[in-house]
Design a protein around this ligand. Sequence first.
Ligand SMILES: NC(=O)c1ccc[n+]([C@@H]2O[C@H](COP(=O)([O-])OP(=O)(O)OC[C@H]3O[C@@H](n4cnc5c(N)ncnc54)[C@H](O)[C@@H]3O)[C@@H](O)[C@H]2O)c1
Length: 330
Amino acid sequence: MKVVMTGAAGFLGQKLIARILADPQLPSPQGPRAVTQLCLFDVVEPPIPAVSSAKSPAISTQVGDITRADDLTQLLGEQADVIVHLAAVVSSAAEADLDLGLRVNLDGTRTLLEVCRGLAQPPMVVFASSVAVYGGALPAVVTDNTALTPQSSYGAQKVMGEQLINDFSRRGLIDGRVLRLPTIAVRPGRPNAAASSFASSIIREPLQGETAVLPVPETLALNLLSPRAVIANMVHALGIPAADFGASRSVMLPGCCVAVSDMLAALERAGGPAARERVHAQPDAGIEAIVGGWPARFDTAKANALGFSADRDIDAIIAAFIEEDRIDAC
Ligand SMILES: NC(=O)c1ccc[n+]([C@@H]2O[C@H](COP(=O)([O-])OP(=O)(O)OC[C@H]3O[C@@H](n4cnc5c(N)ncnc54)[C@H](O)[C@@H]3O)[C@@H](O)[C@H]2O)c1
């Protein structure tokens, strides 16, 4: 099976590649299938994680632009079985530059889907959407029937991408699966341009002896999912029969609803009082406006019925970071 990944140099791309290399067997609605070809695409050269595997797929990398049909035609060739579309400009960057966000997040997704129309068979396309599709005056608990009212350009671009994936699926041009991702924490590495970047920083940096800035009030609640659980859910999505999604290919993944104060308490449990003291409040109205507009409480009945799953609690999320990214809590 040929698996293509856009945004392969990014955070989730690298995690998913590592998962595929560790076990090049992926679910499909017809049963497990071996990945024989893994084609990685990004505007920067995608690194190949050092994971040893008995049966490695053939790996190719391509540097290109998701908005350029020629690049994508070269990437997909005559056939692709699964396309995991992760290339994007993330939330703060898309808010700061409307044209860039529209170009990459909307035009890029449309261009990819147009190129899919030329393939011999409709490919399965997994699209990473976001909790940012919700916003504004929301019910206390967001359900599968809550209207999509994004309050950021990034959220609006994700909604448009979702609609394209759904319409192309309805037409039988692709077999789409849209996963609305909660805020992912704890990300390894350095802070990025996502408005929610602090959700990782306030755990990651203090556990490594560094200070971190908290731009939002401690009462703010977030809906969190660990990278490990996101990747497990992406893999799970590949095995679900299309008909089980019903009238919409979109699904909000389950997460843990956690107040920042609970995150800080869990940080202290994992790293001691010294770790907690390394987090300093520095309010940022812009970040609070974006992240505070995202809902934190969900009833993810559809995702639960389809077999998607969340981490147990915030302690499990921190434990996954320490274990997976080999951090010695200090
Ligand atoms: N990490 C999260 O918290 C989160 C939450 C919700 C949704 N998502 C979505 O998941 C996906 C992956 O997120 P991530 O955290 O890995 O982001 P990331 O920023 O680490 O990776 C995105 C990748 O897209 C690439 N890219 C940007 N413009 C491109 C272009 N024009 N052509 C080709 N590649 C381009 C970047 O170089 C980068 O490697 C994105 O679609 C993002 O919107 C992430």
